[in-house]
Structure formats: structure tokens, C-alpha cells
Design a binder for this molecule. Structure first.
Ligand code: SAH
Ligand code: SF4
Ligand code: F3S
Length: 463
């Protein structure tokens, strides 16, 4: 129903766009920029799909007739970047007064942000949030016909709208949402406030989408959710994530399956078995640690402790010896002491992460942690540097273990610095450069891992 209505709006927009392009004697162009995580990347594919269907032509610069920023607010610096970029857009709009500027995504779900933009950034034409991405054409129609600022933010999603157009970034790999939102309320995190309550898509919808992707030549899918391990738990007759994963493995044409993100509190033995047994499931698990201190984990509301995390890791490593384990770590959560931080370093040493994203804690207003006493910046920075040094040395050591081995590499692009090389990823998510041409893009090629460069490899095609 809703998708039919939106397809009608796309059609209405396309008529206006066609007339305008005819008048100008050139196509109208658009530019979508994505900040933040894979969820946003996937939403942007939907946004671009709608704009293309509405008759706009994709452009790679902000000098376009329509510019849309799909924003992130997980850390303060994500916000700062958007405000900085808006200043630049204002100048561009002076030169092209017909230009349409839109803002959407997670930042827009925060009332204080929308207030600031509607007050001080009057040149923005369109503001919407994470729950109504599918409404882009409807909002755009409003802007095109009334030429006034259109703001539409929903507190919650009413339904999951399927079957709208999509412009995929890669022809050979794709993200697939399996669930939206988050119910975990980790005390530092803004995501549950801006993405709403957890909702799982129906297994049959997910499988239908993946089959259709496979039909289009997609070889690798990444199943997306803030906590994929709780997939289906709220649904009746719930299919578990491990069951869903096994179903996805049965889809012909799909050769690799990844997923993000696994919350340690819900990582089941059933899932570990599926990873170990199913050859299509990649040898890579991203398992955010956040902190190694049980005391801080409790204050973070993560619902596992240091021992539980270590136990999980040893279980996974014994079930899948060749697996790459990656993680996220936050430094400087309110109340973190040097002792707590030492616990984090201890877990990093014990787990031997193949890579770790390290973040300085960022205070997000509205979250419980924002009300706690914050740490001194210089202390946090110094801890962060120590953590980074440890993480990097562990990661490069782990990376070295593949030297001389043959790994299957999904080729993603021609190397930007050296056109005689192509670049791809192994199942373990390691980047490899090796001699080859454009025709290899999208193919899975066996490559001998010749030279480890710390975090990536140079290789040679094996055969
Ligand atoms: N749902 C995922 C994480 C999504 S956010 C999970 O639970 O693992 C991605 C990462 O950003 C988190 O893992 C966390 O390490 C980091 N992050 C979230 N909020 C943050 C904050 N306020 N300050 C610093 N890092 C934060
Ligand atoms: Fe944020 Fe925690 Fe939800 Fe991840 S699980 S999105 S860190 S609240
Ligand atoms: Fe950012 Fe929203 Fe993702 S806040 S990290 S884009 S869910």
C-alpha cells in the first residue's frame, strides 16, 4: 500500500523534473553523502534509487541540483562535520538558488538538531529522519511544488516498507537489513533514541531480497542489524538468527555471507555452530567489547562481564580456529579508572584481535552516561594512545599469519594508486592488492598472500 503511494509520488516528481530539465536544457543532478554506519549506507542506496527513478542524474560533487546528507550522530564529531559542510552548501546555493538541500538520518531524530537547523540554517529545504526514508519522493514533491521548508520526523516507524527502488553501490556485494532499531540502551549510546525500537523483517522478505540480489549477480551479502543475534526474538514463531543464516546459505549464487553487529550477550552456541559449519559464512566475527572492565561494562549496561566475554572468545576460537575476530572499544567512559583501563588492555592482549575500532567516549545528550561525571580529556587521550599502540601491534602480528597461504579474494576495484593492481578482500576481511585487470572485479579469485604490510597484503593470483 505505502509503497504504491510512494511510487505514485516518484512518478509525480519525475514529471516536474522532466519539465525543469527541458526548460534548462540539461538533466537535473543529485548528490547523496552518507555519514555513519552500514545502516546509513543501505538507506542511502534507497534514497539514490528513489531520486534516480524520479529523473535525477547521479553526480559526484555537491555542485548539484539536489544535495542530500544522510547524517550520523553516534559521536559528536559526526555532527560537527555536518555543520561544517552545511556552511559550504550555503555558498553553493547562492550560485544556484534553485538548488534543493535535504538532511536526513540519525542526527535529524534529535529535537535540538532540528530546532537549530530550522532556526539558523534556513536555506535547508527538506528534513526527515530514519523512520521515513521511504517517503523521500513525497517530501520532495512537496518541496518542488510549494518551495518551502518541509520537515517530517517520525518518532517510530509504523511499518517496514518493502519494494521501493534501490541504487546499489556495488554490483557484486550488498548489505541486507534484517532488522531495524535497537532495544539495548547501552548507557553511552544514542542509537536506540534515533533508530527506534527493534523490529525484525520477515524471513521470507529477507530471503526474497537475497534471491533477487543473487539473480542480479551479487556474490556477497552482509546481513545488517544493530544486534543481529536477537533477530526474530520479538516475533511469533521466531526464526533465530542462526536459522536465518543457514537459510541464506541455501540461496544459490550467494557465495559469501557476513553479518554485523553481534552483541556478546546474545551470541548463542547455535550461531557459533552455524559459523563453523557453513562454508559460505565468512571466517570473520565482529564482536564489540566496549570495555574490559566488568565494573564499567555494568555501568555501560552491556549485560556481560569480562569473564563472559573471554569465555565466548575462547569458545569461538576453538570452534573456528582460523576466524578473524574484530571489535569496538570505547576509552574514557565516565568513571573509568586506570585500573579499569588496564582490564581493557588485558582483554586485548588475551583475545588477540585481528583489528579493533577504538573510540574516545563521546557524551551524547539524552543518554544516561551523559549525566555521569565525565573524565578529564587529557587522561582519556593518553589512554587512547596507549590502547591504539597495543591494538595496532596485535593486529599486524595477526595479519602476518596468512603469509604464503592461498586465500580466496573477492575483487572490488582497480587499485587507485597503481592501475596494474586490483584490490579485494579475503573471507577474513583482509585487504589484498595483486596484479590484475578490471575484468576481475566482482570475481572470487584464489590469491597467494605474498607480502604482509601490517594491515594488508600484496599477493599474486594462484592457479
Ligand atoms: N550496535 C552495535 C554498535 C553500533 S555503534 C553494537 O552494539 O556493537 C558502533 C560503535 O560506536 C559502538 O560499538 C561503540 O564502540 C561506538 N560508540 C557508540 N556510542 C558511542 C559514544 N557515545 N562514544 C564513543 N563511541 C561510541
Ligand atoms: Fe548502541 Fe548498544 Fe544498541 Fe549497539 S547495542 S546500537 S551500542 S545501544
Ligand atoms: Fe550513526 Fe545512526 Fe549508524 S547514529 S552509527 S548512522 S545508526
Amino acid at each position: 500500500m505505502e509503497s504504491k503511494k510512494q511510487l505514485e509520488y516518484i512518478d509525480k516528481c519525475s514529471r516536474i523534473v522532466r519539465d525543469r530539465a527541458g526548460f534548462l536544457g540539461r538533466p537535473l543532478t543529485f548528490y547523496v553523502e552518507t555519514f555513519g554506519c552500514q545502516m546509513n549506507e543501505r538507506d542511502s542506496e534507497k534514497l539514490r534509487g528513489i531520486l534516480e527513478k524520479a529523473g535525477f542524474e547521479k553526480n559526484d560533487s555537491e555542485e548539484s541540483d539536489l544535495v542530500l546528507y544522510n547524517t550520523c550522530t553516534v559521536r559528536e564529531n559526526a555532527n560537527t562535520r555536518v555543520y561544517g559542510r552545511l556552511g559550504k552548501l550555503k555558498d553553493l546555493k547562492k550560485r544556484n538558488p534553485e538548488m534543493i538541500i535535504g538532511l536526513c538520518g540519525c542526527m535529524m531524530q534529535e529535537a535540538h538538531v532540528v530546532e537549530k537547523i530550522t532556526m539558523s540554517y534556513r536555506f535547508v529545504d527538506m528534513i526527515f529522519g530514519t523512520h521515513n526514508v521511504y517517503m523521500l519522493a513525497e517530501l520532495l514533491y512537496n518541496v518542488l511544488t510549494e518551495r518551502k521548508m518541509t520537515v517530517d520526523i517520525r518518532r517510530e516507524a509504523t511499518e517496514i516498507v518493502e519494494d521501493l527502488p534501490m541504487d546499489r553501490t556495488y554490483s557484486f556485494k550488498s548489505g541486507v537489513n534484517i532488522m531495524f532499531g535497537c532495544d539495548n540502551f547501552c548507557s553511552y549510546c544514542i542509537v536506540p533514541y534515533v533508530r527506534g525500537r527493534e523490529r525484525s523483517r520477515k524471513p521470507e522478505e529477507i530471503l526474497k531480497e537475497i534471491r533477487s540480489l543473487a539473480g542480479d549477480g551479487v556474490k556477497e551479502v552482509m546481513l545488517l542489524g544493530q544486534n543481529v543475534n536477537s533477530y526474530g526474538k520479538k516475533e511469533e514463531g521466531g526464526v533465530t538468527f542462526a536459522q536465518l543464516l543457514r537459510e541464506v546459505c541455501r540461496v544459490e549464487g550467494i557465495e559469501r555471507i557476513r553479518f554485523m553487529t553481534s552483541h556478546p550477550k546474545d551470541l548463542s552456541d547455535e550461531l557459533i555452530r552455524a559459523i563453523a559449519e557453513e562454508p559460505k559464512v565468512c571466517n570473520h566475527l565482529h564482536l564489540p567489547l566496549q570495555s574490559g572492565s566488568s565494573r564499567i561494562l555494568k555501568a555501560m549496561n552491556r549485560r556481560y562481564d569480562k569473564e563472559k566475554y573471554l569465555e565466548l572468545v575462547s569458545k569461538i576460537k576453538s570452534a573456528c580456529p582460523d576466524l578473524s575476530l574484530t571489535t569496538d572499544i570505547i576509552v574514557g567512559f565516565p568513571g573509568e579508572t586506570e585500573e579499569d583501563f588496564q582490564e581493557t588492555l588485558d582483554v586485548v592482549r588475551k583475545c588477540g584481535f585481528d583489528s579493533a575500532f577504538t573510540f574516545i567516549y563521546s557524551r551524547r545528550s539524552g543518554t544516561p552516561a551523559a549525566e555521569m561525571e565525565q573524565l578529564d580529556e587529557s587522561v582519556v587521550k593518553e589512554r587512547f594512545d596507549r590502547l591504539l599502540a597495543l591494538v595496532q601491534s596485535t593486529a599486524s602480528e595477526r595479519c602476518g599469519r596468512f603469509a604464503g597461504r592461498i586465500q580466496n579474494v573477492l575483487v572490488e576495484s582497480v587499485n587507485r594508486q597503481d592501475g596494474s593492481l586490483v584490490t579485494g578482500r579475503t573471507e577474513n576481511n583482509l585487504v589484498v592488492h595483486f596484479p590484475g585487470g578490471e575484468e576481475l572485479i566482482g570475481q572470487i579469485v584464489p590469491v597467494r598472500m605474498e607480502e604482509c604490510k601490517g594491515f594488508y597484503y600484496y599477493g599474486i593470483k594462484a592457479e
